[in-house]
Design a protein around this ligand. Structure first.
Ligand code: NOJ
Length: 565
């Protein structure tokens, strides 16, 4: 059953350290840069930060490829900087959550170097090794046809022992073998080390993949252009992984007053969600799924027979409702619009060109009034957009680097660029737009990831000076959620969709014994009809007189307290 915990009423903020703020002007963001921005973060009103990985890493996947879990990568700073960051955040009542990468390491991690050195090395079974197959012509092939997320096969050949290691992400990210109790103990040690250093919890990376189909049989799915089967079921949400997580919980997490949110990704159903994050699951406190972030704005245009962007509002509501109803009274949810793996939400469900302020503040209103702990992704609070890159080399993401050649064999550069500007993970990884100074005020030198040219218009400095900016809306909404008379109902109240069948408006009530608050959000760039009720206006993003039954303006949001019955 539910006990009230500090992280339930927290408002989270995700920081991508590489492009947040560069304090030493080497073009890469760093921990000292985050420390310098803690006052800004505090003023925004959030009280929990999740910082992306800053462990030692060759940066094949921007730090998710860890080569030493116990140290800070020099591009980000030192262990002392990490200690200072934790202390400075705590001084401001901000909790600090790190990214814990349990599924894989870098191939430059000491364990892997040992593991690959010989078949009888004591660390051999820290990773997953299999012999290849030989076809009729005598060609050596991977052990099976499974595909990986980032490039081709889920296996990579290693000469030293003439075997393949499993890697569901890039070749430089060998998968750890969670079936091995020794390896599990090592990872628990990593978690304890950071908790003992004072962090308040973890966002646990790629948690859905810790168990694999150990029969290693081929998948029957049709092969992709890369010649592999994209069969994630072979290594996602498999029942065995819950025993690992339960053990992790019992041996480590339950010993601390910490918060954990697992990254479950796509394809998880409610049953798995409850396994990861039910109150009594002995697992995590919450689990991120991707269901609402991906492609809920793609429809087929019958005129051109091509896909175009139109938000499928009813589907979006159905997805949110599925998780909220399903977890109701059983477990807690995180809420978020995007993270560093997804395109910018304003470019996806808003309209950054015609209704930047309106759609940005509308999306923020929904995020901050849904049940669950909200996580804002850095830059979202000023309505940062997808990239405007015109050169394919401006994209840095490992997925793009590994796949662009193949994509170009099958499509034109124009189409590939369109696709990348719409979907690439780099959309969310551009330098934080602090001001209209060169490089968006992120650094004094050319940043590691190219800035978006709209920083002269969209930046923190400007929005701090305007009373009706997206940033000011986020501040007000966070305040409403954390400190107002509506705090209790917004954090702990029940949820109920209003006019679920409406095609354009996402409307719902949050209610408890004392209050009923209705959130009415127009997801369209045009005026729509909606039965706006009588009540007290708590927040809107248009300045105008309110009346019952008024039409909603483009991307208008109204938060209203209804008369309680
Ligand atoms: C999920 C992380 O969010 C993503 O950025 C990373 O590439 C993969 N896990 C692999 O660690």
């Amino acid at each position: 059953c539910m006990k009230r915990k500090w992280w339930m009423s927290a408002v989270g903020y995700q920081i991508y350290p590489r492009t947040y703020f560069d304090s030493n002007n080497d073009g890469i963001g760093d921990l000292k840069g985050i420390i310098q921005k803690l006052d800004y973060i505090h003023e925004l009103g959030v009280n929990l930060i999740w910082i992306g990985p800053f462990y030692k890493s060759p940066m094949d996947d921007n730090g998710y490829d860890v080569s030493d879990f116990f140290d800070v990568d020099p591009v980000f700073g030192t262990l002392d900087d990490a200690r200072q960051l934790i202390a400075e955040a705590h001084k401001r009542d901000i909790k600090v959550v790190l990214d814990l990468v349990l599924n894989h390491t870098s191939d430059e991690h000491a364990w892997f170097m040992e593991s690959r050195s010989s078949v009888d090395n004591p660390k051999r079974d820290y990773y997953i090794w299999q012999k290849g197959k030989v076809d009729q012509d005598g060609t050596l092939l991977p052990p099976n046809n499974w595909g990986s997320f980032f490039e081709g096969s889920a296996w990579n050949y290693d000469e030293q022992t003439n075997e393949y290691y499993m890697k569901i992400f890039s070749n430089k990210m060998p998968d750890l073998n969670w079936d091995n109790p020794k390896l599990r103990e090592e990872m628990y040690h990593v978690a304890r080390y950071w908790l003992d250093l004072g962090v308040d919890g973890f966002r646990v990376d790629a948690i859905a993949h810790l168990a694999r189909d150990l029969s290693f049989e081929d998948s029957p799915l049709p092969l992709t252009i890369h010649g592999v089967a994209p069969d994630w079921s072979k290594f996602s949400n498999r029942p065995e992984l819950f025993t690992y997580i339960n053990e992790f919980h019992d041996k480590v997490l339950s010993q601390y007053d910490c918060m954990t949110v697992g990254e479950v990704g796509g394809g998880a159903k409610l049953e798995a969600g409850l396994g990861y994050a039910a109150y009594d699951a002995r697992a995590f406190n919450m689990a991120f799924n991707f269901d609402h972030c991906w492609e809920v704005n793609r429809v087929l245009d019958p005129e051109t027979n091509k896909m175009k962007n139109v938000t499928r509002v009813k589907d979006l509501k159905r997805i949110f409702n599925y998780w909220i109803e399903g977890m109701n009274q059983k477990g807690w949810l995180p809420q978020y619009w995007l993270n560093h793996d997804h395109p910018r939400v304003i470019s996806q469900y808003g309209d950054p060109v015609h209704y930047h302020r309106e759609s940005g503040s509308m999306l923020g209103s929904v995020l901050l009034t849904l049940p669950g702990t909200p996580f804002i992704y850095n830059g979202e609070e000023i309505g940062m957009t997808n990239v405007d890159y015109t050169d394919v080399n401006d994209f840095n993401d490992v997925w793009v680097k590994n796949n662009v050649k193949k994509l170009l064999e099958h499509d034109t550069m124009e189409n590939v660029m369109d696709q990348l500007r719409r979907t690439s993970r780099d959309n969310a990884r551009t330098p934080m737009q602090w001001s209209s100074a060169p490089y968006a005020g992120f650094s004094k030198v050319k940043p590691v990831q190219k800035e978006i040219s709209n920083y002269t218009e969209i930046n923190v400095e400007k929005q701090l000076s305007e009373s009706n900016s997206i940033l000011k809306a986020y501040q007000k909404l966070i305040h409403l959620r954390r400190f107002s008379e509506y705090s209790d109902v917004l954090v702990f109240g029940q949820f109920e969709l209003v006019q679920a069948e409406h095609e354009d408006v996402f409307a719902y009530d949050r209610y408890n014994e004392n209050k009923r608050v209705r959130i009415i959000a127009n997801f369209r760039p045009f005026t729509v009809k909606f039965d706006t009720p009588e009540g007290k206006i708590i927040f809107t993003n248009y300045e105008r007189d309110y009346s019952v039954g008024l039409e909603l303006k483009p991307f208008e949001v109204i938060i209203i307290e209804l008369k309680h019955d």
